[in-house]
Design a binder for this molecule. Structure first.
Ligand code: COA
Length: 425
């Protein structure tokens, strides 16, 4: 017979669910969720709540079953019920920072372990709906935003087998109403952190990026820190100077290379539009089906409209993205992946510090947390996989990149506007 631990003691509950102890954030906040907890009364643990929520959110059958099984196992254990309630309270109701990076991986030995955090995320959806409704957002946006629960659980299944939800750090942004999925893409407010200064010509609208001062670059316009700092020859350092009337610095081409010849911009004609520390809207691409270019353009147009109408208090100067998808080398692959290239060509690209290939291998060969693919046995069932295996065998190294799109230019989607107008003065 299992003995119910003292439910007032976070450590005792943690031990009862197979953990050595409760993390500090659980212990510190534990008493605060005690009054609102009643064994057998947790709303998301009633028998029909999970299937109904999953139906409303269009969660796939296999993930619904995994969440239902998890809820059934939680119902069996007063310790699990108390923990599930505390985590729901901490993540969705408390208004505190839930410090999810300290939440331990729950043991597979307990049947509720692998999906408990997924269940907690699901439990947050009525609250998220209230947050979105208060902003005047349609139900469809809430449903699309919550679809990441299904996406990440299914991705885990594809990578590792079995159902486990591990994307809590990511989905905390969704549950607090910070991240929105608008059609094909997702948006999360952030702060610009790359070492480039961006200018727009006041009459032509042309955009140009200049590198900040004192950065080390390679001959090919990548940061010296790219590819594990493996290239040491031909390095050069950027210089940036600024007066009231002129800025001088090395420009970035819209294709993402920093050029060694400096250019000078007259500040009567060029207006600064973005620099480090400015508010931006970071863009994310969920792994849900293909990414056709038109749907991405529609998503950007919608983002401009939604943030203007519903979040006038959330300023942002540009859309930004850092991803394995923004590697200009995709254009050289044989065959070049059409949607990835079309997406990339709309951005004003720039190199990123410490650019590396790991994310490409993770995302293309499902190698999360593992090493580089074994090229002899790597799967070759898509044209991208085949092209990347050939590229790697020839000694190539893919690497992530960054990009910027200004809200003003979103209407140009599909015309490769930054490339067409050229970045370099
Ligand atoms: C981004 C994404 C939707 C692009 O897919 P897409 O629209 O099919 O892209 P393309 O049309 O350019 O693909 C061309 C080919 O490459 C394949 N391909 C694209 N992405 C692939 C991937 N991640 N793994 C394996 N093959 C892939 C396609 O299936 C297609 O193959 P085919 O010619 O044999 O039919 C897809 O890569 C994806 O879901 N990635 C996961 C999410 C992600 O990486 N987000 C960004 C995180 S920073």
């Amino acid at each position: 017979m299992t003995v119910t631990p003292d439910l007032r003691d976070a450590n005792a509950v943690a031990r009862a669910v197979g953990l050595p102890e409760a993390p500090e954030i659980w212990r510190r906040t534990w008493p605060q969720s005690a009054d609102s907890f009643g064994a057998g009364e947790v709303f998301f643990l009633t028998e029909d709540w999970v299937p109904r929520a999953c139906e409303a959110l269009r969660v796939s059958q296999e993930v619904t079953t995994a969440l239902q099984d998890c809820a059934a196992a939680v119902r069996e254990s007063p310790a699990m019920q108390r923990l599930a309630w505390h985590l729901h309270w901490l993540l969705c109701l408390s208004g505190l920072s839930p410090e999810v990076s300290a939440w331990p991986r729950l043991s597979d030995d307990h049947p509720a372990g692998p999906m408990l955090y997924g269940l907690v995320v699901l439990s947050g959806w009525p609250h998220l709906r209230e947050i979105h409704a208060a902003r005047g957002l349609d139900l469809e946006i809430t449903l699309d935003t919550m679809s990441d629960l299904d996406t990440w659980t299914r991705d885990w299944h594809a990578w590792e087998g079995g159902y486990r939800f591990t994307a809590l750090g990511w989905m905390q942004h969704h549950l607090r109403g910070q991240l929105l999925q608008l059609g094909r893409l997702q948006y999360l407010p952030g702060s610009y952190h790359h070492a480039f200064r961006w200018y727009r010509h006041t009459s032509t609208g042309r955009v140009i990026a200049l590198a900040e001062d004192g950065l080390l670059f390679r001959e090919d316009g990548q940061f010296a820190s790219a590819d594990g700092s493996s290239v040491r020859r031909g390095l050069w350092r950027s210089s940036f100077t600024e007066t009231v009337s002129r800025v001088t610095g090395q420009p970035v081409t819209p294709e993402g290379k920093v050029l060694p010849e400096a250019v000078t911009l007259d500040t009567a004609e060029w207006c600064e539009v973005l620099r480090r520390g400015d508010p931006v809207m970071t863009v994310h691409i969920p792994s849900r089906g293909r990414m056709d270019p038109a749907s991405c353009g529609e998503s950007f147009a919608r983002a401009v409209a939604v943030y203007r109408e519903h979040y006038p208090d959330v300023p942002y100067r540009a859309f930004t993205c850092q991803s394995w998808l923004l590697d200009p080398q995709f254009e050289q692959l044989d065959p070049a992946p059409p949607n990835i290239c079309a997406f990339m060509q709309e951005w004003y690209l720039h190199p990123v510090e410490r650019a590396a290939e790991e994310q490409t291998w993770e995302r293309v060969f499902d190698l999360f947390g593992h090493s580089q693919p074994d090229w002899e046995n790597a799967p070759q069932d898509t044209s991208l996989r085949r092209a990347l295996v050939a590229f790697a065998r020839q000694g190539g190294h893919m690497r992530g990149g960054g990009g910027v799109i200004f809200p003003k230019d979103v209407g140009d989607w599909g015309r490769q506007g930054y490339r067409a107008r050229g970045g370099v003065a």
